[in-house]
Structures are given as structure tokens and as C-alpha cells.
Write a new protein. Structure first.
Length: 152
């Protein structure tokens, strides 16, 4: 599995650390326009391949069905990377809030449906509620495992 992390800050590093605990090997890719944050991430996770441009990262290799993009940018910067990731044919897990408004969220959902990709949002607000458990189960097993580990 390959994880493409967009945003090399604290949340991005949290996802990368969690990925180490998965039962299958994970190849890390990370993109951040801040060279200091990117260097710090790559120092902490030397196996990660770093990029200063999201599009360059997403176009650097052919898509595989279990590729997952995790968006760890500030909320104002969720929409564009989510769109790029979904249009590239990758599944997307986005930090909360998913979007800044309903229109943006609907656009993301429509793109996910159009490209037959999964779109999820990290939030413990509804953890344990039946509808959230159903969402986790519908994700690929590895994504569900990431979600569970992040929220234990």
C-alpha cells in the first residue's frame, strides 16, 4: 500500500507514525510546499519520498488500487488537493472538517463517485455510532485499520 500524505506537519506525521503499525508494509509519499516542514518529515521518516508539489507527487507513479491520499492541510486547503487526488484515481482520507461548506463537500463526494473512489473524513465526533461503523466497514480493510488506530 502507498500512502500519499499532503501536509508534512504534526497531523501528517501522526498518520505516518500510525501507518508503521499496520499489518502490511506501507510506502510513504509526502508533499508540502514548506521546505522546512518537508525536511523535518523526511528526517523523521527517512523511507518517505518527499515532494514540494502535490501534482508532481500524484503524477510521479502509476496509480494502484490501494493507493490512499491523506489530506493533512489546514481546512481552507482541503478542497483542491482532494480534487487532485480523486481525479488521479486514488482514495482520499481527509482531516476534519472535510470541507469549508456544503458545496465543497458535495463536490468532493461527486468526484469520488465519478471516479469510483472512497472518500472519508477523520473525526472522532461520531465514533462508535452505527452509521460511522458502517462507513469504516465499507472502506478497504487497510483504511479501516488506519482509522481505528488513529482513534484508539
Amino acid at each position: 500500500m502507498r500512502l500519499y500524505i499532503i501536509g508534512a506537519g504534526v497531523i501528517g506525521r501522526t498518520h505516518a507514525e500510525t501507518a508503521k503499525k499496520l499489518s502490511e508494509p506501507v510506502k510513504l509519499r509526502v508533499a508540502d510546499t514548506n521546505p522546512i516542514a518537508l525536511a523535518a518529515f523526511c528526517d523523521q521518516f527517512p523511507e518517505a519520498i518527499g515532494f514540494t508539489n502535490v501534482e508532481e507527487m500524484l503524477n510521479s507513479e502509476a496509480v494502484e488500487n490501494d493507493d490512499i491520499v491523506i489530506i493533512c492541510t489546514p481546512p481552507l486547503a482541503h478542497l483542491d488537493p482532494a480534487k487532485l487526488a480523486l481525479m488521479s484515481g486514488r482514495h482520499v482520507l481527509c482531516e476534519k472538517p472535510l470541507a469549508m461548506n456544503l458545496s465543497q463537500a458535495e463536490e468532493m463526494v461527486q468526484l469520488a463517485e465519478k471516479h469510483d473512489r472512497l472518500l472519508g473524513c477523520c473525526s472522532v465526533r461520531f465514533k462508535g455510532m452505527p452509521h460511522m461503523e458502517a462507513v469504516k466497514i465499507s472502506f478497504a480493510p487497510a483504511v479501516s485499520e488506519i482509522f481505528i488506530m488513529l482513534h484508539l
